[in-house]
Design a protein around this ligand. Structure first.
Ligand code: IPM
Ligand code: MG
Length: 362
């Protein structure tokens, strides 16, 4: 059966890091006999510059038709403040997530053994860290209506957004978290702010009821988001699966990423249940280093590994790629963001070379 991957490199460091993942993908195609078609499209500022919008309908249709969408990064100073809100590069990504119905965003914060000293926390707090975030990706304040910037009768301006969750939106993402937990340490921490937000009250109710009815074997606890932020830097290893909403998930996963040594290390998968999965590094477009060829491509290569696992039915290949990355790190090969004493510093291409060389050995 032919499988297909649609690549959207996007802006900033996107094209550079995608190029390395692409080499890994080409290597897999060349060596396994799997028939995987690969096509490219434009998204974000790159699409805006050509088409006047950050994601065209034709591009979204191509994404929907693929088995997996591999995404680089989006946005940059070139487009900041220049365009209407709905023409901003970031809107291209949000529209893509919505168009793919990608409601469950899996972000795993795993600390590679070789990286334990690169964390801002002491080794003992980090070694063996393995947290899986299940972030709701299609609701909450990112999409809630009403939203806007209005001028009031007295002339003052007001900006507003709506945090909004229906019970079924909460339930479908909670289900993913419980299912994932069963394949891991069987524990879910559900995170909201039920102490100040009604959406959080409903969130807690729905998650509690679902656990009682369908997942009594999975341990569930609840935590306020501010406490979770604190616990993440205090005792990060206490967590197994963290289930949370769109905005809290955005914030908390960035913090957890840094625990593992660098934002440049963390991949993500956004799943819908039926449509294609969307795979992207959790970091952004890093305009400050874009075009220099020094960005860390590991998060993108690991995102490709997740695509093999969740969308392409090639779990073994996912593991091979993850092991190759782990070995490269163990061998002291480092991009600038994770450079450490006694290690060998490489650029983006050099890291891609090292990962490919490891893959060839196994
Ligand atoms: C992320 C990013 C996006 C988000 C931006 C680029 C829209 O920060 O994937 O975490 O906020 O979801
Ligand atoms: Mg983010």
């Amino acid at each position: 059966m032919t499988k297909s991957v649609f690549i959207l490199a996007g802006d900033g460091i996107g094209p550079e890091i995608i190029a390395e993942a692409r080499r890994v993908l080409d290597y897999v195609i060349a060596t396994t006999g799997e028939v995987i078609t690969v096509t490219d499209g434009l998204v974000g500022g790159a699409s805006y510059d050509v088409h006047g919008e950050p994601l065209t309908d034709a591009t979204l249709d191509q994404a929907i038709a693929a088995n997996a969408v591999l995404f680089g990064a989006i946005g940059g100073p070139k487009w900041d403040g220049k365009t209407d809100y709905d023409k901003r590069p970031e809107q291209g990504l949000l529209n893509l997530r919505q168009g793919l119905n990608a409601f469950a965003n899996l972000r795993s914060a795993v600390c590679f053994p070789a990286m334990a000293d690169a964390s801002s926390l002491k080794r003992e707090f980090i070694e063996g860290l393995d947290i899986l975030f299940v972030r709701e990706l299609m609701g909450g304040v990112y999409f809630g209506q009403p939203r806007g910037i209005d001028t009031l009768a007295d002339g003052s301006r007001v900006g507003y957004n709506t945090q909004r969750y229906t019970d079924w939106e909460i339930e479908r993402v909670a289900r993913v978290a419980f299912e994932m937990a069963r394949k891991r340490d069987n524990r879910v921490t559900s995170v909201e702010k039920a102490n100040v937000m009604e959406s959080g009250v409903l969130w807690r109710e729905v998650v509690t009821a679902l656990q009682a009815s369908d997942y009594p074997d999975v341990a569930l606890d609840h935590m306020y988001a501010d406490n979770c932020a604190m616990q993440l830097v205090k005792q990060p290893k206490q967590f197994d699966v963290i289930l949370t909403d769109n905005l809290f998930g955005d914030l908390l996963s960035d913090a957890a990423a840094m625990l593992t040594g660098s934002l440049g290390m963390l991949p993500s998968a956004s799943l819908s249940g039926d449509g294609p999965g969307l795979y992207e590094p959790i970091h952004g477009s890093a305009p400050d280093i874009a075009g220099k060829g020094i960005a860390n491509p590991i998060a993108t290569v690991l995102s490709l590994a997740m695509a093999f696992r969740y969308s392409l039915g090639m779990k073994d290949m996912a593991e091979r790629i993850e092991n190759a990355v782990s070995t490269v790190l163990k061998n002291g090969i480092r991009t600038g963001d994770i450079m450490d004493e006694g290690c060998t510093k490489v650029n983006t291409r050099g890291m891609g070379d090292a990962i490919l060389a490891e893959l060839e050995k196994n």
